[in-house]
Ligand binder design. Sequence first.
Ligand SMILES: [Zn+2]
Length: 219
Amino acid sequence: MKWIVILLCFLLSSCAHRGGWERASSARQGQKQSPVIILDPGHGGTSPGTKRNAAPVIVEKNLTLECALKVRDYLQKRGYIVRLTRTKDEDVSLHKRVDLAHQWGGTFFVSIHFNHAPNPRAHGIEIFYYNKSQGSPLTTQSKKLATTILDSVVAGTKAKSRGVREGDYCVLRENRLPAVLIEGGFFSNAAEAKKLATPRYIDSLAQSIAEGIDRFVCS
Ligand SMILES: [Zn+2]
Protein backbone atom coordinates (compact mmCIF):
# COMPACT_ATOMS: atom_id res chain seq x y z
CA MET A 1 0.00 0.00 0.00
CA LYS A 2 2.79 2.39 0.96
CA TRP A 3 4.46 1.79 -2.40
CA ILE A 4 1.23 2.46 -4.28
CA VAL A 5 0.94 5.84 -2.52
CA ILE A 6 4.58 6.67 -3.33
CA LEU A 7 4.04 5.66 -6.98
CA LEU A 8 0.87 7.78 -7.22
CA CYS A 9 2.64 10.80 -5.72
CA PHE A 10 5.39 10.39 -8.30
CA LEU A 11 2.96 10.10 -11.20
CA LEU A 12 0.93 13.11 -10.06
CA SER A 13 3.94 15.34 -9.45
CA SER A 14 4.56 18.04 -12.03
CA CYS A 15 7.17 18.12 -14.75
CA ALA A 16 8.95 20.90 -12.87
CA HIS A 17 10.27 18.02 -10.75
CA ARG A 18 9.99 15.16 -13.19
CA GLY A 19 11.58 17.11 -16.01
CA GLY A 20 10.20 16.71 -19.55
CA TRP A 21 11.71 20.09 -20.43
CA GLU A 22 14.62 19.60 -18.02
CA ARG A 23 15.67 16.38 -19.67
CA ALA A 24 15.78 17.95 -23.13
CA SER A 25 17.88 20.94 -22.06
CA SER A 26 20.11 19.14 -19.55
CA ALA A 27 21.05 16.52 -22.15
CA ARG A 28 22.31 19.32 -24.39
CA GLN A 29 23.99 21.44 -21.75
CA GLY A 30 25.03 18.77 -19.28
CA GLN A 31 23.25 20.55 -16.44
CA LYS A 32 19.84 20.65 -14.87
CA GLN A 33 17.71 23.54 -16.02
CA SER A 34 14.16 24.30 -14.94
CA PRO A 35 11.77 26.23 -17.15
CA VAL A 36 11.20 29.87 -16.21
CA ILE A 37 7.59 30.70 -16.96
CA ILE A 38 6.76 34.32 -17.76
CA LEU A 39 3.18 35.37 -17.01
CA ASP A 40 1.98 38.67 -18.41
CA PRO A 41 -1.16 40.18 -16.86
CA GLY A 42 -2.50 42.41 -19.66
CA HIS A 43 -2.82 46.21 -19.24
CA GLY A 44 -2.38 47.96 -15.84
CA GLY A 45 -2.03 51.52 -14.50
CA THR A 46 -3.39 54.04 -17.01
CA SER A 47 -4.25 51.23 -19.46
CA PRO A 48 -7.42 49.65 -18.04
CA GLY A 49 -8.12 47.45 -21.06
CA THR A 50 -11.75 46.65 -21.70
CA LYS A 51 -14.36 47.71 -19.14
CA ARG A 52 -17.85 46.46 -18.50
CA ASN A 53 -19.96 49.29 -17.12
CA ALA A 54 -23.22 47.33 -16.74
CA ALA A 55 -23.52 44.89 -13.85
CA PRO A 56 -21.36 43.07 -13.10
CA VAL A 57 -18.87 45.93 -13.47
CA ILE A 58 -15.44 44.50 -14.33
CA VAL A 59 -12.19 46.05 -15.52
CA GLU A 60 -9.80 43.98 -17.60
CA LYS A 61 -6.55 45.12 -15.91
CA ASN A 62 -7.84 43.96 -12.50
CA LEU A 63 -9.06 40.60 -13.73
CA THR A 64 -5.88 39.82 -15.71
CA LEU A 65 -3.82 40.44 -12.56
CA GLU A 66 -6.15 38.41 -10.33
CA CYS A 67 -6.03 35.51 -12.78
CA ALA A 68 -2.23 35.69 -13.36
CA LEU A 69 -1.51 35.71 -9.60
CA LYS A 70 -3.61 32.56 -9.22
CA VAL A 71 -1.86 30.88 -12.17
CA ARG A 72 1.48 31.76 -10.51
CA ASP A 73 0.34 30.19 -7.22
CA TYR A 74 -0.77 26.98 -8.94
CA LEU A 75 2.50 26.74 -10.88
CA GLN A 76 4.63 27.45 -7.82
CA LYS A 77 2.80 24.68 -5.95
CA ARG A 78 3.97 22.39 -8.76
CA GLY A 79 7.55 23.60 -8.23
CA TYR A 80 7.90 25.94 -11.20
CA ILE A 81 9.89 29.17 -11.34
CA VAL A 82 7.43 31.91 -12.36
CA ARG A 83 8.00 35.61 -13.13
CA LEU A 84 5.25 38.18 -13.68
CA THR A 85 5.67 41.27 -15.86
CA ARG A 86 3.65 43.15 -13.24
CA THR A 87 2.38 42.23 -9.77
CA LYS A 88 0.44 45.43 -9.08
CA ASP A 89 -1.67 48.05 -10.85
CA GLU A 90 1.07 49.80 -12.81
CA ASP A 91 1.97 50.85 -16.35
CA VAL A 92 4.35 48.47 -18.10
CA SER A 93 4.86 49.09 -21.82
CA LEU A 94 4.43 46.23 -24.26
CA HIS A 95 8.11 46.31 -25.27
CA LYS A 96 9.16 46.37 -21.61
CA ARG A 97 7.14 43.20 -20.98
CA VAL A 98 9.01 41.40 -23.75
CA ASP A 99 12.39 42.83 -22.59
CA LEU A 100 11.73 41.57 -19.05
CA ALA A 101 10.95 38.09 -20.37
CA HIS A 102 14.27 38.03 -22.25
CA GLN A 103 16.24 39.53 -19.33
CA TRP A 104 14.85 36.96 -16.92
CA GLY A 105 15.87 34.10 -19.18
CA GLY A 106 12.27 33.04 -19.70
CA THR A 107 11.48 29.71 -21.32
CA PHE A 108 8.07 30.77 -22.61
CA PHE A 109 5.62 33.64 -22.28
CA VAL A 110 1.89 33.57 -21.47
CA SER A 111 -0.11 36.79 -21.69
CA ILE A 112 -3.58 36.96 -20.11
CA HIS A 113 -6.37 39.19 -21.43
CA PHE A 114 -10.15 39.36 -21.62
CA ASN A 115 -12.27 40.21 -24.60
CA HIS A 116 -15.12 42.37 -25.85
CA ALA A 117 -17.08 42.47 -29.10
CA PRO A 118 -19.85 44.61 -30.64
CA ASN A 119 -21.96 41.46 -30.91
CA PRO A 120 -23.18 40.73 -27.36
CA ARG A 121 -23.67 37.07 -28.25
CA ALA A 122 -19.92 36.49 -28.84
CA HIS A 123 -18.46 34.34 -26.07
CA GLY A 124 -15.77 31.78 -25.34
CA ILE A 125 -12.01 31.51 -25.03
CA GLU A 126 -9.45 31.92 -27.79
CA ILE A 127 -5.66 31.79 -27.71
CA PHE A 128 -3.36 33.65 -30.10
CA TYR A 129 0.18 32.97 -31.29
CA TYR A 130 2.32 34.80 -33.84
CA ASN A 131 3.09 33.06 -37.10
CA LYS A 132 6.66 34.32 -37.64
CA SER A 133 7.31 31.74 -40.34
CA GLN A 134 5.41 28.55 -41.00
CA GLY A 135 7.24 25.53 -39.60
CA SER A 136 9.89 27.51 -37.65
CA PRO A 137 10.60 26.09 -34.17
CA LEU A 138 9.36 29.29 -32.48
CA THR A 139 6.05 29.27 -34.35
CA THR A 140 5.59 25.51 -33.89
CA GLN A 141 6.26 25.71 -30.13
CA SER A 142 4.00 28.75 -29.72
CA LYS A 143 1.12 27.04 -31.54
CA LYS A 144 1.61 23.88 -29.50
CA LEU A 145 1.61 25.89 -26.25
CA ALA A 146 -1.60 27.64 -27.35
CA THR A 147 -3.30 24.35 -28.27
CA THR A 148 -2.28 22.62 -25.03
CA ILE A 149 -3.52 25.49 -22.83
CA LEU A 150 -6.76 25.85 -24.81
CA ASP A 151 -7.57 22.13 -24.48
CA SER A 152 -7.00 22.38 -20.74
CA VAL A 153 -9.05 25.55 -20.14
CA VAL A 154 -11.99 24.35 -22.22
CA ALA A 155 -12.04 21.08 -20.25
CA GLY A 156 -11.59 22.91 -16.94
CA THR A 157 -14.11 25.74 -17.37
CA LYS A 158 -16.58 24.25 -19.90
CA ALA A 159 -16.33 27.54 -21.80
CA LYS A 160 -16.78 27.53 -25.58
CA SER A 161 -13.57 27.07 -27.57
CA ARG A 162 -13.07 29.78 -30.20
CA GLY A 163 -9.90 28.04 -31.25
CA VAL A 164 -6.21 28.77 -31.58
CA ARG A 165 -5.64 31.77 -33.84
CA GLU A 166 -2.82 33.72 -35.40
CA GLY A 167 -2.48 37.23 -33.99
CA ASP A 168 -0.08 40.10 -34.67
CA TYR A 169 0.26 41.40 -31.11
CA CYS A 170 3.43 43.21 -30.00
CA VAL A 171 4.10 40.89 -27.02
CA LEU A 172 3.93 37.89 -29.38
CA ARG A 173 5.63 39.37 -32.46
CA GLU A 174 8.62 40.85 -30.60
CA ASN A 175 9.20 37.79 -28.45
CA ARG A 176 12.16 35.47 -28.87
CA LEU A 177 10.37 32.96 -26.62
CA PRO A 178 7.43 30.75 -27.55
CA ALA A 179 4.56 33.09 -26.68
CA VAL A 180 0.77 32.99 -26.49
CA LEU A 181 -1.98 35.45 -25.61
CA ILE A 182 -5.08 34.08 -23.89
CA GLU A 183 -8.40 35.90 -24.36
CA GLY A 184 -10.21 34.35 -21.41
CA GLY A 185 -13.80 35.38 -22.17
CA PHE A 186 -16.02 38.29 -23.23
CA PHE A 187 -17.07 41.13 -20.93
CA SER A 188 -19.62 42.09 -23.61
CA ASN A 189 -21.56 38.85 -23.14
CA ALA A 190 -23.80 39.14 -20.06
CA ALA A 191 -23.73 35.44 -19.15
CA GLU A 192 -19.97 35.15 -19.57
CA ALA A 193 -19.34 38.41 -17.69
CA LYS A 194 -21.38 37.05 -14.78
CA LYS A 195 -19.11 33.99 -14.64
CA LEU A 196 -15.93 36.07 -15.02
CA ALA A 197 -16.98 38.23 -12.07
CA THR A 198 -17.02 35.12 -9.85
CA PRO A 199 -13.70 34.43 -8.04
CA ARG A 200 -14.43 30.69 -8.18
CA TYR A 201 -14.64 30.76 -11.96
CA ILE A 202 -11.38 32.75 -12.23
CA ASP A 203 -9.83 30.17 -9.92
CA SER A 204 -10.89 27.32 -12.23
CA LEU A 205 -9.65 29.28 -15.26
CA ALA A 206 -6.29 29.88 -13.55
CA GLN A 207 -5.97 26.28 -12.42
CA SER A 208 -6.64 24.97 -15.91
CA ILE A 209 -4.14 27.44 -17.46
CA ALA A 210 -1.52 26.12 -15.00
CA GLU A 211 -2.41 22.53 -15.85
CA GLY A 212 -2.10 23.28 -19.56
CA ILE A 213 1.34 24.84 -18.99
CA ASP A 214 2.41 21.80 -16.96
CA ARG A 215 1.22 19.50 -19.75
CA PHE A 216 3.17 21.52 -22.32
CA VAL A 217 6.35 21.24 -20.24
CA CYS A 218 5.78 17.48 -19.83
CA SER A 219 5.27 16.88 -23.54
ZN1 LIG B 1 -6.56 43.15 -23.30
